[in-house]
Design a protein around this ligand. Sequence first.
Ligand code: CA
Length: 239
Amino acid sequence: MTQIKQLVLIAEDEESICSFISAILEANNFKVIKTAKGGEVVALTASHCPDLILLDLGLPDMDGVEVLKAIRAWTDTPVIVVSARVHEREKVEALDLGADDYITKPFGTGELLARIRTAMRHGRGNANETRGTMDTFAVGDLSIDYEKRRVFVAGKEVRLTPIEYKILVLLSTHVGKVLTHDFIIKKIWGPYTNEIQSLRVNMANIRRKLRVNPAEPNYIVTEVGVGYRMLEEPETDDV
Ligand code: CA
């Protein structure tokens, strides 16, 4: 039986990184097409219909953010932004413009593949759709009953405030994906405020409440300068 391979478009001008990524992907049963030019990304996406785009933000001919805007003008193909540490600001901007995730150079094989799989899964059914058909969420010892609006860790009920609950639901319906501060704030408090401080306080409370016992794994990680991500596989501290 031959499985139909999924196609990844790599837009990256650094030769060594490009061949590193394509070697990993080909070894893991993906097909790849490559370009070093931002100006070719849209045309290649239209002609090859990739299942995912890996977009380097620092391409020589065109601003990565502009490339992303051009892609998002007509397609929902998952995009993972590949950025160097110097492009911290663009990274957040890219996420807010509809990139599905980001990965910072240098990155390892496991991290790259995990990000790709998550983004492809989200690409197939959007989070709202998934939520509509699911009435519970479970990862590790954490479970959320969306129907009854109740949260449990290892069978024990967790008491959250309405805002804390809303934030947790938002993260859980995008599990595996990083949500930017702006995205969360707009979804919870609306577009006209900047509740970054409230977000931080609420998030700290949520994490404390989910982790009554320090042996409990960590369900939510902070992406410094970017936002928060709920993990598909919770981490314990000693990792
Ligand atoms: Ca580059």
